[in-house]
Design a protein around this ligand. Sequence first.
Ligand code: MG
Length: 377
Amino acid sequence: MGTAIRSVEAIPVSYPEPNDHSRQRSVCLVRITSEDGAVGWGECCTYFPEATRAARAVVEGMAGLVVGQDALHTRRIWEALRLHSWWYGNGQGIASLAIAGIDIALWDLKGRILGARVLDLLGGPVRDRLPAVASIHATKASIEETCEEIAGYLEGGLQGVKVGFGKKGDANLGFDHDRDVRFVKMVRETIGPRKRLMIDLGIMNFWDVPTAIRRARAFEPYDLHWLEEPLGADDPEGYRALRAATALRLAYGEKEFGFRGVERIVATGTVDVVGLDPGRIEGITGFWRAAESVAAARRQANAHNFSTAIVAAASQALSFACPAARELELQPVYGPAQKDLVDRPVWHREGWVEMPEGPGLGIEINEDLVRRARLDR
Ligand SMILES: [Mg+2]
């Protein structure tokens, strides 16, 4: 049978990421080939080399359940992989990352076999275009220079900026109340009243509940589009208190590994914007299931699009297909994993992301670059 799966390859790669203070990032790519020779690509969004190597081992272990299956039966394979990892994953950790890479590759492959966009296989677009916003990490010591940097990113029409606090570099944001408020005030003055501004707390920040309430209230006059992970990923009681104390929209969820986790945080009533990463939350199938719960709860889903051009293409298709998604974040700094890995990287025109074109995820992979970036070369 031509649509049977012939092979599953796990390809660990490593590359510099200028959007993340030029640190060396790594992910595990997945390449799935059908008996007819059609190829689909996926990505396990692992970030760290040890996680990349672990995802590779799990993908290779799971390959036995994928090879020989019909490439069109994405849901059946997804269910089989989830069931298979009942002891070492059960909807968590490296197993979810591995399933993500396989599932994204399968959807891409299915689209190529059928000559259809993944977007159309998901039910088609629910909107014609998506607002594009920049997602950056603040790294400069000077607030003025950071404002200039942001103004530069928005020149091409991007409709807003999400700024990561508590990252590598010299920005030192998220640690001092007055400095943080001054930063938000100055960025708002720089970008004007109409652009979206989001603040995203990093794992170095460790705000407690009173700190988060005080900052959120002080940020309110500057009209944040949302405040992201002010209390990290797992603090339902803290988020309840914060939600009761501020009118700001609260965002978290990108660290969830599966739709069950998303259902749990949505049920708390404390999350307005749910971050979802298709390279982590068990692929396109997992993202879709989670985003449907988010839509049912009348909340926003937002793709955590901060990895390679493969996760970007999957995020683009999902964000056009899911009613709960309303915008798409882009990494504004040139980086090889975004711009050189594929022939048509997701980008915007005057602040709008347009629909993907072409079968599958609509991208052709630069296999030379993949070969050169291999972690195990
Ligand atoms: Mg975030």
